[in-house]
Design a binder for this molecule. Structure first.
Ligand code: GLY
Length: 258
């Protein structure tokens, strides 16, 4: 069974953290409708969507990805780089407890899940304003016996590693080379985003389908031309809160207990 943990858009999303974007008005109804459509696409693709309770006082809480890193063997509850986001952890922890053994990133380490890209047994961690070397050190200890390699990667000009690079398959990465050096991710094939679509590198892979942001059609065409099944998802209102497609879910496999 494939599970997708999501959370309803907070009514306080207008007070979200912003790092590289100017604040602009967010239409809450549109954001909620886009988020519901995103969940519907995940369900259509076979995910069991587990939507968590809305968190009215946690503006960024729709972006559940930042709060955990879910591997096959263990889930790591992060210590988000933005203090305003640390209250998001307790509900994510409760949601993951039935599915995984839990570990935690501890102070003084900081880690956002958006900075963690897992490609088979390679774990890349963006060294950003939200994630640091101390978290990389702790992550290495947590997965030491599980066969993963953990590598810190410099990112520039964007919020998270996964703003700059995500996986479209087990061996092919979609990348914005302005924000990360491809040489830091050796052994993979690359598709570059269209140069006019800087923020297009964030896609969600569900089975063999690659969900891309509808705002970036040229990059969608590039992914399609490389032989992948693509599906556009409109998340333009959530993008104003500096969140991308991967940010809105935690997707993982779990035994079917029903
Ligand atoms: N607004 C998303 C974040 O900064 O975490």
């Amino acid at each position: 069974m494939r599970i997708a943990i999501t959370r309803a858009v907070s009514p306080s999303i207008a007070d979200c953290e912003l790092t590289h974007l100017e604040r602009s008005p967010i239409d809450l109804d549109v954001a909620r409708a886009q988020h519901a459509a995103y969940e519907a696409v995940l369900a259509d693709l076979g995910c069991r969507v587990e939507r968590l309770q809305v968190e009215p006082d946690l503006p960024d809480s729709v972006f559940v990805e930042d709060i955990a890193v879910v591997l096959d063997e263990v889930a790591i509850i992060t210590r988000p780089g933005a203090e305003s986001r640390r209250g998001e952890r307790s509900s994510i922890q409760r949601a993951l407890e039935p599915h995984r053994r839990l570990e935690h990133i501890r102070a003084p380490g900081i880690l956002d899940g958006g900075d963690v890209l897992v490609v088979q047994k390679d774990i890349y961690v963006g060294l950003s304003t939200r994630s640091d070397d101390e978290a990389v050190r702790q992550l290495k200890l947590i997965v030491a016996d599980l066969g993963y390699t953990v590598t810190g990667v410099e990112v520039r000009g964007c919020l998270h590693l996964k703003s700059a690079v995500t996986a479209v398959s087990e061996d092919t990465l979609l990348i914005n080379p302005d924000w990360i050096d491809a040489t830091d991710l050796p052994g993979h094939a690359f598709i570059q985003v269209d140069p006019a679509e800087r923020s297009a590198a964030n896609v969600v892979r569900v089975g063999d389908t690659v969900l891309f942001a509808a705002a970036f059609p040229r990059t969608g065409e590039r992914i399609s031309a490389a032989g992948f099944d693509v599906q556009p998802v409109d998340a333009s209102e959530l993008a104003k809160a500096e969140g991308a497609l991967t940010c809105c879910s935690l997707i993982f496999e779990a035994p079917d207990r029903n």
